[in-house]
Design a protein around this ligand. Structure first.
Ligand code: AMP
Ligand code: MG
Length: 343
């Protein structure tokens, strides 16, 4: 299959992509979080093609993207008052709501669950595409399953060229990590995946919010969001996350780097701006300042892919504060890494 690139909404073939999407073909498109791989959410065959193109496990449900609040009603049994408040506050934006599904939503999307995850992306290209296709659009991240999520057109091309019909190029994604997934179907709302809308922002609107216990570092608990059980977002080389006093972390990473060097192994370090000149590793990727976690989030996946380009043998990463956007960053770093080293 030849993958056609569309350059934004002014491209004369934009409408063909929207039509193809409606008719069951796959179109990758930019959102404010990461690039999505879209299929007509009401067409089970189209949805199955997403899993095939990505190599995604079938038990990992998909998020349905809509362009207008009126598209939500037919997909769900009810819209609770909390959902309305959250929609008013955060849509369009990086907040996915898990609600009781209606009979219209195919099981292929929800992996057989009786709930459906829905969001409205805050990106003009995504909104126009969904509106023109005039169907809700199921869209996971537009990467091969397990790889770091795509935050640029080139990342999508790297993973999916020849596997899907269209890619719409809309430049780099603003936020750079996936949406927050919030379950409001039972009791206290629970964050199943931390993301672009932080816990602090949610609590200002609806009060107490829980974090799914399976998101905590001590694993082994069955996650309520099936996708969270997979190793994810990973570069090719094994990555280890370091925690502890910054000076100790730097010393430890440099000492391991020398050992690797002696064995002929290339080391990569994922470093904050503040520490980037203090590492001896062959490849040091600056992921942004410790004082601007939004910036760190937006560079995260590109940084992980950089280690693949540089063909390093092992990666060491600094840790970040687990407040605000830091929760999403640390969640992705944990999932991308093979372990935590405390120094
Ligand atoms: P991705 O499409 O890769 O951004 O991942 C979507 C995330 O949303 C995964 O972690 C899924 O497990 C989660 N998700 C999607 N639908 C549901 C649902 N009905 N209930 C709980 N989690 C869901
Ligand atoms: Mg994904």
């Amino acid at each position: 299959m030849k993958t056609i690139t569309i350059n934004g909404t002014n491209d004369e073939r934009f409408s063909s992509a929207a039509k193809a999407l409606r008719e069951g073909r796959l179109v990758a498109f930019p959102t404010e979080t990461v690039y999505g791989l879209g299929a007509n959410a009401l067409d089970p065959q189209a949805v199955k093609r997403i899993f095939k193109a990505k190599g995604r496990p079938l038990d990992n449900p998909l998020i349905v993207h809509i362009a207008k609040v009126s598209q939500l009603n037919p997909l769900v049994k009810e819209i609770p008052a909390q959902a309305e408040a959250l929609i008013n506050a955060f849509w369009p934006g990086p907040l996915t709501l898990v609600l009781k599904k209606s009979g219209l939503v195919p099981d292929e999307i929800t992996a057989g669950l009786d709930t459906v995850a829905v969001r409205m992306p805050d990106n003009p290209i995504a909104l126009k595409l969904i509106e023109e296709a005039s169907v809700p659009v199921a869209a996971p991240s537009a990467n091969l399953s397990g790889r770091p999520s795509p935050t640029t057109y080139h990342h999508v091309l790297e993973d999916l060229n020849g596997r899907i019909e269209y890619i719409i190029n809309g430049g780099p994604c603003k936020i750079g990590v996936e949406s927050t997934v919030l379950d409001i179907t039972s009791g206290i709302p629970a964050i199943l995946r931390p993301g672009g809308v932080t816990m602090e922002m949610l609590e200002k609107v609806i009060g107490k919010v829980e974090t799914d216990t399976a998101l905590k570092p001590e694993d082994g608990i069955k996650p309520r969001s099936p996708g969270m059980k997979y190793r994810h977002y990973s570069p090719n080389a094994k990555m280890f996350l370091f925690d502890g006093e910054p000076e100790e972390v730097i010393k430890k990473i440099n000492s391991l780097t020398s050992e690797n060097h002696a064995k002929g192994l290339r080391t990569g370090v994922l470093s904050s701006l503040e520490n980037k000149d203090r590492y001896m590793a062959e490849v040091v990727v600056n992921i942004g300042s410790l004082s601007c976690l939004e910036d760190v989030a937006s560079r995260l996946y590109n940084a992980l892919r950089k280690f693949d380009e540089e063909k390093v043998d092992i990666i060491y990463s600094e840790s970040f504060s687990e407040e605000g956007m830091g929760r999403a960053i640390m969640n992705r770093l944990r999932k991308a890494s093979s372990g935590m080293i405390r120094s």
